[in-house]
Every structure is written in C-alpha cells, then in structure tokens.
Design a protein around this ligand. Structure first.
Ligand code: F6R
Ligand code: ZN
Length: 193
C-alpha cells in the first residue's frame, strides 16, 4: 500500500505520560470496572459478593485512553491500565482478561508502577505468567489471552499498553474458558496454581 492508498490518514501527535504518577493527564476515555463487573471471574464468589453488599461496589480497575480513530490496521492504540490492590478471598485482584478480536495481534505492556503478574494463555492450552515491576515490559504474542494480576498488596498496578488499532477485545471466550491458573496468597506467599 502506498501512503496515498492508506485510508483515513491522521497527523503526528504527542501525548504526555506522567511516568512518576502513572497517569496520562490528557486522557479522553475512562473505562471503569467495579467489583460487581467481576462476577464470575474469581474462585470465591461469596467473598466477592461480601464486598458488594449494601451500596458498596468498590473500584476494581480503570483504563485511561485517548483513542486513535479510526481503529484500523496499521495504527496503534495506547492506554494506561490501573488495577487496584486487594484480594477476593485469597485470590489477588485481576483484570477480566481477553483475547484480541483479531486474534493474530500482539500487545506490549510496560509496567510503570506497582507489582504483579501478566497471566497469559492460548486456546491450545499453553499458559504463562510473567512478573511485572516498574520498568518491566511484557510482550503478549498474537493468539495469547492476557490478564494482569496485582500482587503488591498495597498499591495499584499501573501499565502503559500498546496494541494494533484493529485488535479489538474478545471477552466472551475467556469468560467461558477461564484461565488454567490463578494467583493466590497462601501463608504470606504468592502462589500460582
Ligand atoms: C488492551 C489491553 C489492556 C486492557 C486493560 C483492562 O488490549 O489489553 O488495555 O484492556 O488492562 O483489562 P481487560 O480489558 O481485560 O478488562
Ligand atoms: Zn489486550
């Protein structure tokens, strides 16, 4: 494809990422997941429900982004993912996780703050966990579902994510399959099992 044939070209731009705070001050989209959005994801559903009682529905994680429009092949989407610390029963807070809708698209996560793991799996049964700490870059290859898990205990896990503009999010398959491994705290230790 020549530059003239590329559809909907956009102009170059620059955006500030505050590496100390782990924020993108100019974000225009703010996606919020509350505890109630996580029903069905944790091993101990009673422990999750006990968090949601009454008017309480605590914040679980957020995504801050400035979408690159149109979301098409050849462009890159980027965002900040911020996952709160905590546990549901013994299981550390995590994101829902997803495959990309266009399954053969990769993603890079650069951890800016906090600590935890990127849990990954393929539909074929492979599973991997990469430790995340400030400065760690995790490469999620095409076809790998991915979920971040905050094991820090007391601070948010914040990552800068970059992925192809046409990738999309497929939550349905992970909702149905789950991940083969979960991350728990047992006797003060982090256990992946
Ligand atoms: C984008 C991506 C991240 C996640 C974010 C929230 O492809 O992987 O920006 O979207 O960490 O997690 P999910 O999307 O699993 O709720
Ligand atoms: Zn993704």
């Amino acid at each position: 494809m020549t530059p003239g044939e590329y559809p909907n070209p956009i102009d170059p731009f620059a955006v500030l990422i505050d590496l100390e705070k782990g924020t993108m001050p100019e974000h225009t989209n703010h996606l919020v997941r509350l505890a109630s959005d996580m029903r069905g994801y944790y091993a101990d559903s009673r422990a999750l429900e006990s968090l949601i009682s009454g008017d309480a529905d605590p914040l679980h994680y957020e995504v801050f982004e400035i979408p690159v429009i149109p979301e098409q092949a050849g462009q890159l989407m980027y965002c900040i993912s911020k996952l709160q610390p905590g546990k549901i029963g013994d299981e550390f807070f995590m994101t829902k996780g997803h495959y990309h809708t266009v399954a053969d698209t990769a993603e890079i996560y650069l951890c800016l703050k906090g600590g935890g793991y990127m849990l990954m799996k393929t539909a074929g049964g492979k599973c991997a966990a990469e430790k995340m700490a400030r400065g760690t870059m995790v490469y999620v290859p095409p076809f790998w579902a991915h979920r971040s898990v905050n094991t820090s205990g007391d601070e948010p896990l914040i990552s800068f994510c970059v992925y192809p503009g046409n990738a999309g999010h497929n939550y349905g398959d992970i909702e149905a399959e789950g991940f083969p491994k979960r991350i728990f705290e047992r006797d003060g230790k982090i256990v992946i099992e």
